[in-house]
Design a protein around this ligand. Structure first.
Ligand SMILES: [Zn+2]
Length: 122
């Protein structure tokens, strides 16, 4: 069961903070996790968001950018080079902007719900 004394995994994850104390930092560099929380000492070895953040970002950014491109085409019929420049830039910027908060939230949710790989008990 989730522990109700923990801070909200969304609040800590979006800010890139430790899921247990909400004060220490989760990341060193852009997307690399620290080995442990510098405030409460929580070991981040449990954290493995794998390709989860990439899946959500691809889905959200893909639908958004394709929708905007279609709308712009039907509303303004801009030249093809403008489509290429505009939507490439927007897709890259949104993906980079969402990468850290999305990974932070997924790691925090993993800690909050004590999620881990399935195991057979003996
Ligand atoms: Zn901490």
């Amino acid at each position: 069961m989730a522990d109700s004394s923990l801070p909200s995994p969304y609040a800590t994850g979006l800010r890139g903070r430790c899921p247990r104390c909400g004060k220490g930092h989760l990341f060193q560099g852009f997307l690399t996790l620290r080995p442990r929380c510098e405030v409460c000492g929580l070991d981040y070895a449990f954290a493995d968001s794998a390709d989860g953040p990439a899946f959500f970002i691809m889905s959200i950014v893909g639908v958004l950018v394709v929708g905007l491109a279609l709308w712009a085409e039907f509303a303004y019929e801009p030249p093809i080079w403008l489509h290429l420049v505009l939507w490439s830039f927007l897709a890259i910027a949104l993906s980079l902007g969402l990468a850290r908060p999305t990974k932070g939230v997924m790691v925090a949710l993993q800690y909050f719900h004590k999620a881990e790989e399935g195991r057979f008990e003996r």
